[in-house]
Design a protein around this ligand. Structure first.
Ligand code: PHB
Length: 390
């Protein structure tokens, strides 16, 4: 009698809340990323890595069913990212948000997540200031200062004394340029020229020519990974700068694994700094790559893959601890540490970005004869050195 009454009460309660018992137990996660246009590769990299995570860890968390809702933002397009996020929050009523490749897209949604109190795991967007714009941002990628400052140290210690910087003219490019120059000059290095290139540029020849005029020891560059970065590195290799003794160094966005083979052997010797190389030697990376190739035989892993894979770690930990209670969920992960295919990570309590190893990599032939980003030096446990002081 009593049981029947309780069942009835539960059923009435649930129907009043407008929920079926099955739905009541579903946690929804909205993922905003480019799935079309020239940067669609990011969406693919995210999805493939999320598949690997699910294959290894299952599709439910602590009894909760998960439902992922994917929305296309195209490339750098704050209005599209905002509309997609609004739809996810209002129409789909997601409990968590994730993805976000481009800084302007992430910045555009900060007021929305502040209003809805939605924990948002950034898989890529990498300008330091983003996380200062909302306390609901958590980031599992990197920041440009975190990557660029260690490279400046490496460059100076390895005989590079003069540099021309050439970056894409928006948040992450400016972060990269500023952090590189500050660190390089603090060691005694000299910046000969600062070039900023429009985000829509496809012809990099004139910028390469300008950089060449200063006869620097090296050009330092950040360009968002994808077709523009590929064209820039091609312009460097095709214009004979290497033969003139001008090295190309940069953040790992310019030679990521999705375009690496297309650069050809003339790219051998280019030096980049990043938090991940598919050639990283660890058991966990081997397992990650094996599962990725099992599920998607033609896929390659790059920095976006680990951004999403570790983003899944954070989402799963949050859901296990808090279910749909965002505040409880965030409390459980902020300050936590775990092992990733890229190495050890800590989600720093102050910056809400990950503290992690930076790898200085050199493009070289791997054991299979293909080009790889060979790790030649590790700088351990680097925090987001660019996070705003206040
Ligand atoms: C960014 O807009 O923050 C961004 C985009 C692509 C990258 C890195 C950073 O490769």
């Amino acid at each position: 009698m009593r049981t029947t009454f309780n069942r009835l009460a539960i059923a009435v309660g649930l129907s009043l809340a407008g929920l079926s018992p099955a739905l009541a137990d579903t946690v929804k996660i909205g993922v905003v990323a480019p799935f079309s246009g020239p940067f669609a590769i990011y969406g693919t990299q995210f999805k493939n890595a999320m598949d690997v995570w699910e294959a290894q860890h299952g599709k439910t968390v602590a009894g909760h069913n998960l439902e992922f809702v994917f929305k296309d933002s195209g490339g750098p397009n704050p209005a599209a990212a905002k509309t997609a996020t609004q739809e996810l929050l209002i129409k789909d009523r997601v409990n968590y948000l994730a993805g976000y490749v481009f800084t302007p897209n992430a910045l555009a949604i900060a007021p929305l997540i502040d209003q809805s109190h939605t924990p948002t795991v950034i898989f890529n967007a990498a300008t330091s200031v983003i996380n200062a714009k909302s306390k609901y941002f958590l980031r599992t990628s990197m920041t440009l200062p975190q990557v660029s400052a260690p490279l400046a140290d490496w460059a100076y210690a390895n005989g590079i004394k003069t540099v021309v910087t050439a970056v894409t003219d928006y948040g992450p490019g400016i972060d990269a340029q500023t952090a590189f120059a500050k660190e390089f000059e603090s060691k005694g290095g000299k910046i000969l020229d600062d070039i900023r290139m429009p985000i829509k540029t496809t012809d990099f020849g004139p910028f390469i020519q300008r950089a060449k005029q200063g006869k620097p020891n090296a050009i330092f560059s950040f360009i968002p990974a994808g077709p523009p970065a590929f064209s820039f590195v091609k312009a460097y290799t095709d214009n004979g700068l290497k033969a003139e003794g001008i090295k190309l160094i940069g953040t790992g966005d310019i030679d990521d694994e999705t375009t690496l083979q297309g650069l050809g052997d003339s790219a051998i010797g280019i030096i980049t700094s990043q938090h991940y190389s598919a050639a990283h030697e660890s058991k966990m990376n081997q397992e990650f790559l094996a599962e990725l190739h099992k599920l998607h035989p033609d896929a390659v892993a790059n920095f976006a893959s680990v951004g999403a894979y570790d983003g899944m770690h954070v989402l799963y930990e949050m859901i296990a601890a808090g279910g749909t209670d965002g505040a409880k969920a965030m409390k459980a992960v902020i300050g936590s540490s775990w092992e990733s295919p890229r190495g050890p990570l800590t989600l720093d309590a102050k910056t809400r970005s990950v503290t992690q190893n930076m790898y200085i990599r050199e493009i070289a032939k791997g054991p299979d004869g293909k080009l790889e980003n060979k790790e030649i030096e590790t700088i351990k446990n680097v925090p987001d050195v660019g996070y705003p002081a206040k």
